[in-house]
Write a protein that binds this ligand. Structure first.
Ligand code: ZN
Length: 111
């Protein structure tokens, strides 16, 4: 059995405690367990994969989701927060806007 708890970032099926997989309905994300017909919300617009899908897929997903029970997802006892440096916004310290750069210039003295 996998010990990679990052799989549980979006929760898991309360029945089998497997992370399941997700379906997009436009930008809405639903995680599902096909085995137990459970679904739980995965948020909105987090993944860009919806962009490459179309109405046909979303309609199919929506119909499938309608047959699943909405539930509270299972989370492992110890939440896992991935320590991913790429998640940290990087603001360089020396990025200071030089707002006064073009002020005070006098372009009327062309003559
Ligand atoms: Zn399940």
């Amino acid at each position: 059995m996998s010990s990679n708890t990052s799989d549980f970032y979006f929760g898991a099926c309360p029945e089998c405690r497997k992370p399941g997989h997700y379906l997009n309905v436009r930008k809405a994300i639903w995680f599902v367990c096909d085995e137990h017909k459970k679904r739980w919300s995965g948020g909105y617009g987090l993944f860009s994969s919806w962009y490459s899908e179309n109405e046909e897929i979303w309609e199919r997903n929506q119909k499938l989701l309608a047959t699943y029970d909405e539930c509270e997802p299972y989370y492992p006892d110890e939440p896992y927060y991935p320590d991913d440096p790429e998640c940290e916004p990087d603001y360089p310290d020396d990025h200071v806007l030089d707002e006064d750069a073009d002020q005070g210039e006098d372009f009327d003295t062309v003559d």
